[in-house]
Design a protein around this ligand. Structure first.
Ligand SMILES: [Zn+2]
Length: 363
């Protein structure tokens, strides 16, 4: 025997030397101590090979056995005489799977496609804080590179020391009476969009545009308080779990946060963050309470919303997440009413110098 191919019976992982001869209507496969006959019209090429000089053959209706050859003359002869070579080859092991695994497959599928999305809320509760934090890190990095116009690197984090100190002061006053699930980390990104959002794991992100648009530090603080409301409710984690879908959720549970596509998709969702009406209303009322406790009038949130509305109107496709429902008008009214209900005192959150430092945080 002079072998010109290898044969894999599929039951063991051993490659057997084989000599193939082509003579219509079949090929003859001579093995050590055995001879097989595969009809030419039942030969199928197994696609998806890395090596184009190699031909891998299967037989229609045989899910496992394979013939592998690199013999150019033989490959040419087989290609010339096999009419259905390019038809779909049998999926490896499909039948066996069907035989013993139908029930198992069905239950796994049910978990992945039905149960996991339904459980997004509960999963948000059980996801370990480190997991949320890692998800927040990955999403934040992704947002920075996605929004970078230059196409190089990532959007700059603004961090003039005086600006950061002002932001810290604001955060301390806002979180003094708040029970946080994890410490809040705030960043300002050098981007003109008037927006702010929260990410899983306690990140609050401002765009420079929002600070530029605000006329008082209290307006920035009001937005800050609203975002802390999302953090406390763990809305970003919840929306991430729901948006990422099952595959993403499995990734989260298995600790794989770097799964590119999922994270990119999440980054988009986070910036646009369309939470439910209920989540927005809750974050607003959290902000009202927090602001009042910090001696800031909750109506600062109304003022900020009015600026947004004046700037953007009610047009569709606004990226700022504040522009989502419930109707901005109602939210403005609610913030104004909170002034009276909570009898908020008024004490400026930053002095003039600190406010200027915050406005210059991007240099
Ligand atoms: Zn919100």
């Amino acid at each position: 025997m002079s072998p010109n191919a290898q044969f894999l019976d599929g039951h063991s992982a051993v490659l057997h030397a084989a000599e193939i001869t082509v003579a219509a209507p079949e090929i003859t496969i001579a093995l050590d101590g055995d001879t097989l006959h595969w009809p030419l019209d039942r030969l199928r090429e197994v696609p998806d090979q890395a090596d184009s000089a190699e031909l891998i053959l299967a037989q229609a209706d045989d899910p496992v056995a394979r013939l592998i050859t690199r013999d150019a003359a033989l490959i040419q002869a087989i290609r010339a005489s096999s009419p259905h070579l390019k038809k779909r080859p049998p999926a490896r092991g499909r039948r066996r799977l069907a035989a013993w695994g139908a029930a198992a497959v069905a239950s796994v599928a049910a978990i992945i496609f039905v149960l996991v999305p339904l459980m997004a809320n509960q999963l948000a509760e059980i996801l370990p804080p480190e997991g949320e934090r890692a998800l927040g890190d990955a999403t934040f990095d992704q947002i920075r590179s996605a929004l970078d116009d230059t196409g190089f690197g990532a959007l700059r984090i603004c961090e003039s020391p005086d600006g950061l100190a002002a932001l810290d002061k604001m955060q301390d006053r806002l979180t003094l009476f708040t029970d946080l699930p994890y410490p809040v980390t705030v960043h300002v990104l050098d981007h003109p969009m008037i927006n702010a959002f929260a990410l899983p794991g306690g990140y609050v992100v401002f765009f420079r545009g929002l600070i530029d648009a605000a006329e008082t530090p209290e307006e920035v603080a009001a937005v800050f308080a609203h975002e802390i409301g999302h953090v406390v409710a763990r809305d970003p984690t919840r929306i991430a779990l729901r948006s990422a879908g099952s595959i993403g959720v499995l990734g989260l549970l298995l600790g794989d946060f770097a799964g590119g596509a999922v994270v990119l998709f999440l980054a988009e969702r986070m910036i646009q963050a369309t939470y439910t009406q209920e989540a927005e209303a809750n974050a607003d009322s959290f902000a009202h309470g927090t602001l009042a406790q910090a001696d800031i009038k909750p109506s600062a949130l109304a003022t900020m919303f009015e600026r947004l509305r004046a700037r953007y109107g009610d047009e569709e496709g606004i990226v700022a997440h504040f522009m989502s429902h419930p109707a901005l008008g109602d939210r403005i009214e609610a913030a104004r009413e909170a002034d009276a209900q909570l009898t908020a005192k008024s004490r400026s959150i930053l002095n003039r110098e600190e406010w200027r430092a915050l406005q210059d945080i991007c240099g």
